[in-house]
Design a protein around this ligand. Structure first.
Ligand SMILES: Nc1nc2c(c(=O)[nH]1)N[C@@H](CN(C=O)c1ccc(C(=O)N[C@@H](CCC(=O)O)C(=O)O)cc1)CN2
Length: 283
């Protein structure tokens, strides 16, 4: 049996289209467009590409974007001043600090200065805490995208056994919380987990966000499971994930490809958060 491929690109495109239509209505009512500010520190080539994708996505659906390109040797205090200035700017609805930051900077200090109502990445302690409390807030983009992809399969999350591999603040931890909030029984694995494959083989839903290339093999997967691969690795110009796709697709029931799975959803969820932040602050 071959798994159904979860087409993240198509799902993301539909979401973006719906946001575009909502923004068109806002504009027809004579209101200003939502505006996203993206902060890029230094010149990490991958970050430059992602920021480019985000600005392009904004332009394609009617969200304005401003980018703040800061030198790689900027101090924590200077970075804080820029974040605070954007907080105070009423023309800015969303603020995003592209990660990773240069090593001398502490990301959580800068992130936590972002006004939670403008935190379109959903990474402030406030928004992460609201998620745990099951209260409305801005939810991190990749985890929100992963949940949409799981829902698109029609597989019931409530009562399912879910395994999340990875516990990062950006991805693993919020996904585990969201699955838990949706009624799944969740195991969150890390590099110290003993007998990981024994646990992954019991998972109806397996989310892999380890950053380890080709870690999950076909025989680590429960037949028929939903497998979501958050990993992204570039080798010889080709992208692939944390899951050995060619093996996994013969075991899983549904699987995300890399590229074309989680990545495009991250950007679609960012667009959705921008509209949410704008609506909360302006309507
Ligand atoms: N502040 C943030 N920083 C980072 C985040 C984030 O959500 N917020 N996530 C990642 C990088 N990222 C967005 O910033 C991101 C990565 C990948 C994609 C994507 O669309 N990938 C495509 C392939 C693209 C390619 O060909 O290079 C895919 O998977 O199909 C979007 C966003 C770290 N930093």
């Amino acid at each position: 049996m071959s798994a159904k491929v979860i087409d993240g690109k198509a799902i993301a495109q539909n979401i973006r289209l719906s946001i575009k239509e909502q923004i068109e209505k806002i504009r027809e009512d004579g209101k200003r467009a939502p505006c996203l500010a993206v902060i890029l520190v230094g010149n990490d080539p991958a970050s430059e590409v992602y920021v480019g994708h985000k600005k392009k996505a904004c332009a394609s659906i009617g969200i304005e974007s401003r980018s703040l390109e800061l030198p790689g040797d900027i101090s924590q205090d200077e970075l804080s001043k820029h974040v605070k200035a954007l907080n105070d700017d009423p023309a800015i609805d969303g603020i995003l600090l592209q990660l990773p930051l240069p090593k001398h900077l502490i990301p959580e200090i800068a992130i936590d200065l972002i006004d939670p109502d403008k935190d379109v990445d959903g990474l402030t302690a406030m928004n992460q805490g609201l998620l745990v409390w099951k209260r409305p807030g801005l939810v991190s983009c990749t985890p929100a995208g992963v949940m949409e992809l799981i829902r698109s399969t029609g597989v019931k999350v409530e009562g399912a056994r879910a395994v999340v591999m990875g516990r990062s603040v950006l991805v693993g931890a919020p996904i585990a919380t969201m699955l838990c909030n949706a009624g799944a029984t969740v195991n969150c694995l890390n590099s110290k987990t003993v007998n990981g494959p024994e646990l992954t083989r019991q998972a109806d839903i397996l989310v892999v966000a380890t950053g380890v290339h080709r870690l999950v093999r076909g025989d680590h997967i429960k037949p028929g499971a939903v497998v979501i691969d958050v990993g992204m690795h570039r080798h010889d110009g080709k992208l692939s994930g944390d899951v050995v796709y060619d093996e996994a697709k013969d075991v899983a029931g549904h699987i995300t490809p890399v590229p074309g799975g989680v990545g495009p959803m991250t950007i679609a969820m960012l667009m959705r958060n921008c509209l949410t932040a704008y609506s909360k602050n302006n309507l």
